[in-house]
Write a protein that binds this ligand. Sequence first.
Ligand code: URA
Length: 205
Amino acid sequence: MPLQILQHSLAQVWVAELRDVKTETARFRSLCNRLTAVLFLEATRDLMLRSCEVQTPLEDCEGAVLGSGVVIIPVLRAGLGMVPPILELMPEAQVGHLGVERDHVTALPRCYYSNIPEITDQTVIIVDPMLATGGSLLHAIGEARAVGARDLRVLSIIAAPEGVAMIEEKEPRVMIYTAVLDRCLNEQKYILPGIGDFGDRLMGT
Ligand code: URA
């Protein structure tokens, strides 16, 4: 199963507060930042390294640098909230953007904006806080593959079993990192229990 769920007590506490309808925008952003940072650290645990030499004030020793770059692709709009904590940890990461919206009637994804840098050997990390049907994410994975992405990973704060199953079926080599796997989707394709509309809560709209 290409799914890794955070096993961390603090993450569970933060998710509970994120879900709470009484949680206000500033706090919501802060919780989103923390959860994203932990997910990003998990998702980059195995990045390839090259050794280098480091001179400490006392002697030379062996150190490590990353073997290749990282490209972050937030799926607009909600994915934007996950970019600042990632850049805090890795300021040198490239950032592409992908605008995929869900048709409110058919719930099918529609791409309205795409700006992804050329990929050579970078690791590509698509960030979308709510993995619901998996449609937008599949679309994003396809766009990233079209510009050369091979090492692809997904960060989602909350995932639904339906979305995970879709990615597992169509893109079994893409690993999904999530803080929690929720119960199911409702008729409007919102995640239950979920947190409601992530973009609205993040942007305060
Ligand atoms: N997007 C959201 O913001 N919330 C959901 O529950 C599903 C998709």
